[in-house]
Structures are given as structure tokens and as C-alpha cells.
Design a protein around this ligand. Structure first.
Ligand code: AMP
Length: 200
């Protein structure tokens, strides 16, 4: 199963991905995680991405598309993947389409988390607090100021993807404002339409 989780920052894509990887036996491919790892390792990609990420903007399509192209070649992604945080622009979506069609594979679904934007700032603040309480480093872009920039980037550059995937017939929506367990149930109900191999 090859799926995309779509939704603004703080919508719950990462949390829900983590909950379903074991169920479907496919990896979560989070471009945010991959970029943060590149920044931490100080690779050339990381050096280019660091300032943009800290300001809440989007890293260039060329960099991100390159990372994803390499990652989906890896063995664990052969039978499917959950894309979390990619694509984030229509250009990235088109590049993904080209990448997959070259490999003779296709997406099964794009699941959009519909959320009330007013609740997101609070969710991000809570994520930062919980991370700090665990003694882990808090993401530099999880501050209220940077979050606003991230939300603006979402509205301008990423939200148009809904229409793009309505056009391809792949878009499904779920209510991301429900409690975490209820969102997982709804997500699994959608995904089970696309797979006969899921375990409970
Ligand atoms: P995330 O963990 O998905 O919230 O991503 C954190 C940051 O990484 C974003 O604010 C962007 O700066 C960068 N990023 C992650 N995925 C992408 C992408 N697909 N395109 C461009 N920038 C990205």
C-alpha cells in the first residue's frame, strides 16, 4: 500500500503514521525527519536546509524530491510506504507521479486530515512541552512565531494539493479533530479499503 498523509503541521500525521506502520508492515517516510537527521549529521543537504527549516519555510523541491527518490528505492519501501510531509507542493506531487510511474507503481490513496487551524497552535505548544518534559530537544520550529510561518506555507503551497488529488481521484478526508484513537480508527477504516493484507 502506498499512501500520502496530507494536512497542516500539527494535524497528527506523524502520530498516526507511527500508529499504523506496524499494522501494515510499511515504513513511514517523513521528509521532516529525514531533513532533521541531515541537519543533525551536518551533511550538505542538512547545511542547505537548516536555516530554511528554522524559519518555517519550505526546503527546495529539488532537495526534497532527491531525498524521497533515494528513500523509496530502499528495500523496506518496496511493498509500500506512508509518506508524511511529502509532497508539500504541486511540483513535488508531479515529481512523485513521474517517479512512481517510472517504476511502474502507483499511489493507492491520499488521506487528508481536516482540522481546525485555531487548535493547531495549542497542539504544537503541547508537543513542545511534552518533548521538553521527556528531556528531549524541542524542535526549533515548534515556537508560536515560526509555527505561523509554517501554517502560511501550508495554506499557500500545500493546500492546493487537495484539489490536485481530487483531480486524480485519490483524495480521502478524515476528521483530524477527533481524539487520537478515533482518528486512528477512521484512518484504518479508510486504508482497509485498499489492502487485503492488513492485520488487526
Ligand atoms: P515536518 O516535520 O513535516 O513538519 O517538516 C519540518 C520542516 O522540514 C518543514 O517546515 C520544512 O522546512 C521542511 N520540510 C519537510 N518536508 C518538506 C517538503 N516535502 N518540502 C519542503 N520542505 C519540507
Amino acid at each position: 500500500m502506498r499512501i500520502i498523509l496530507l494536512g497542516p503541521p500539527g494535524a497528527g500525521k506523524g502520530t498516526q503514521s507511527e500508529r499504523i506502520v506496524a499494522r501494515y508492515g510499511i515504513p513511514q517516510l517523513s521528509t521532516g525527519d529525514m531533513l532533521r537527521a541531515a541537519v543533525a549529521a551536518g551533511t550538505p543537504v542538512g547545511l542547505q536546509a537548516k536555516a530554511v527549516m528554522e524559519s518555517g519555510g519550505l526546503v527546495s523541491d529539488a532537495i526534497v524530491v532527491g531525498i524521497v527518490a533515494d528513500r523509496i528505492e530502499e528495500a523496506d519501501a518496496r511493498n509500500g510506504f506512508i509518506l508524511d510531509g511529502f509532497p508539500r507542493t504541486v511540483e513535488q506531487a508531479k515529481a512523485l507521479d513521474a517517479m512512481l510511474s517510472q517504476k511502474g507503481i502507483a499511489l493507492d490513496a491520499v488521506v487528508e486530515f481536516v482540522v481546525d487551524e485555531n487548535a493547531l497552535v495549542g497542539r504544537i505548544a503541547k508537543r513542545a512541552e511534552e518533548t521538553a518534559a521527556r528531556g528531549q530537544p524541542v524542535r526549533k520550529d515548534d515556537t508560536p512565531e515560526v509555527f505561523k510561518t509554517r501554517l502560511d506555507a501550508y495554506r499557500t503551497l500545500t493546500a492546493p494539493l487537495s484539489d490536485y488529488y481530487v483531480g486524480t481521484g485519490l483524495l480521502q478526508t478524515i476528521d483530524g479533530m477527533k481524539p487520537v484513537d478515533a482518528v486512528t480508527e477512521d484512518l484504518v477504516a479508510v486504508l482497509n479499503r485498499y489492502t487485503a493484507t492488513a492485520t488487526s
